[in-house]
Every structure is written in structure tokens, then in C-alpha cells.
Design a protein around this ligand. Sequence first.
Ligand code: NAD
Length: 355
Amino acid sequence: MKKLKVTIIGYGGMGSFHAKLIQENPEVELHGIFDILESRQQAGEADGYSAYASLEEALNDASADTILIATPNDVHKEIAIQALEAGKHVICEKPVTLNSEELLEIMHTAKEMGRVFMVHQNRRWDSDFQMVKDLYEKRKIGEIFHIESRVQGANGIPGDWRHLKAHGGGMLLDWGVHLLDQLLYMIDSPLAKVAADLSYILGDEVDDGFISYLTFENGVTALVEVGTTNYVKLPRWYVKGTKGSAIIEDWNLNGKIVKQSGLEFVVAPKPIKAGQGLTKTMAPPSEEAIIKEKFEKVTTQMDPFYTNFAKVVRGESEPVVKNEEVYQLMKIIESIFKAAETGQIMDVREYSYSR
Ligand code: NAD
């Protein structure tokens, strides 16, 4: 089978990560790289890849069929459109663009040129997310009615361009895109409302974190939080169902499930001393009332993204990451910015999708 020849534009952190992943996938091969920084061109060459002298040279090379965009966010649109117009298929890093309008322009060009455009929403394949998705779909703790999805660090906003609005910096457009995409992909009901607060603790012109509260039409609620000033972290996932609760602590997938044994209304908990008082409500449930389970770890590979992309190019498969979904995600992100700015709860029903 003919491998897809991929040229990476932007050989920074993520571009060089893609280079390694591409080497490991039998459907694709790395054809070359281009970066506007000479030092990154040299880094690519030192890693064994050939560097084009310019974007134009990369796009005019008829032997490459796919352009992978891993530049800062503000230039995704212009590179994507140029690449599509040059007849290339395109893989684009997230956030796809700075706003939904820019994505519409790209989708229009892709359609006109008959080329595939797919966004790298790679965290749909994350093991921690797949574990929660499995819990949700198989109703292992009953009907899940509340989900908390958090990523917290204490290193501030990384790098240079992520501090600047003009480059599409800030955490909502960074980690926020991943966490929101995961929830929209998993929950089988349209998103109805969003409320949000952005944080500017570090004094940057862009948000260094945010908290958003989502309400889905089926009643499921979700709290999404990204923080860069958290010296003590909360668990990556906290999930409540009608028959139990679950947590995943971290990316090592340490977690647990605690659920009802069926005797919860028979075996009363013993009151405990709490602070200066006594409580039965907040006492741990009696051992007979609960079952503690190991949260089975799931191992996922990144192969599915490139494999799916190659199949879409060959016309053998539907894209796992659909542009219409990404468009709705961008509309919802715009609503979250608006909710934070106005302090209002935004109705986002018209933008929602469900599988
Ligand atoms: P980075 O700063 O490490 O790398 C960006 C590179 O692009 C730099 O080497 C820079 O010189 C180059 N560049 C800038 N403008 C260019 C242009 N016009 N043409 C060619 N090269 C150009 O940034 P990064 O962390 O690698 O992020 C790049 C993209 O990848 C962003 O969109 C980011 O959101 C995304 N990203 C995605 C993930 C993920 O898991 N999906 C993780 C990290 C970053």
C-alpha cells in the first residue's frame, strides 16, 4: 500500500513530536519539514529530515500529498488554505483556527479542492478519557449525571506565543479545546448552556486558566477546569453516577470506582465526630454498603489518528474527527469567552451536536 507523504510545517514542540509518531505508523511517512526559524530547520535536519527553504517550496513539491500544520494558532488558517489550494490534504493542529469563521473558510476551500482537511483532536484517544467514556457508555456506576474534568499545573503559561492574544494564546484555546472536545464527543446529548470564568492571575493579556460549567440537554452537568497556578492538584477526573462515583487521579491512570453494594439502605453508617460536631450524613458509608473496584486501565495508541486520516484520503472511512464537530466546538468556545466577559449563562443549543 502506498504511504501518504507528509510534510510538517512548524518544527517546534508538537511538530517534532508528530515526526516521531509518523515514523511509527505504516500508513504515513515523513517527507520533509519547514520552519520559519533557522534553528528549527537545523534541528529537523539534525533529526534526519530534509528541510524545505520556504513554505512555497514545500507546497510546490508534487511528490508530497499531505501538509501537517504545527505552527502557532494564528497562522493555521493561511497555511491550511494555501496548502489546500496547492492540492494537498491537510492535518491541522488544534485549536483549528482562532474562531469559527476562519474554519468555515478552510472547510469551503477543502470542499472546492476536493481535499481532506482533518484536525488533530488527539486527546479523543487518551487512555484516561477512554476509561471515563467506557464508564459513561456502559453505565458501570449507573447513569452518569456529573463529570469534572481538570488539568492543573504550577508552571504558568509555557513558551512565548501562548502569552499573546494575536497568536491565539491562552489556556481556553489550548487545553480548553481538548477538554471540551472530549466531553462533546462523549456525551450523547446536545450541550444546552455554558457559564464561565477566565483567570488572569499571572497578569498576561490572555487567560492563564478557566472554569466552565456546562449543562447538557439530558441533564448531565460538567465542570471543566484548566489551571496553571495550582501547586496542589485535584484529580484529573471526578465522575458521579446514580450508583457510584469514580476518580482518575492522573495520567498514570491511578483511580478507583466506589459503588453501591445493594445494601446501602440496610446498613446504616456510624456517626463520626467531624470538627466540633457529629455527623452521620458525611460519615463514610459502612463497608457492607459499598463495593470498591479497581478502575481498569486502558492502553491506547496514537496510531488510530493517522490510520483514520489515510483511510479518509483513500475514501475508505469517515473521519473520526469531523469538521462539523470542530466547527461547533469553536462556536462553543466563542460562547465561553462571551459568558466569561458578560457574566451571563449562554444558551448554546444551536451549536451543539450529538453523535
Ligand atoms: P512551538 O512554539 O513549540 O512550535 C511552533 C513552531 O512553529 C516554531 O518552531 C516556530 O518557529 C514555527 N513557526 C511559527 N510560524 C511559522 C510559520 N508561519 N511557518 C512555519 N513555521 C512557523 O509550539 P507548539 O507547542 O509545537 O505548538 C504548535 C501547535 O501545536 C499549536 O497549534 C498548538 O496548539 C499545537 N499543540 C497541540 C498539542 C496536542 O496535543 N494536540 C500539543 C502541543 C501543541
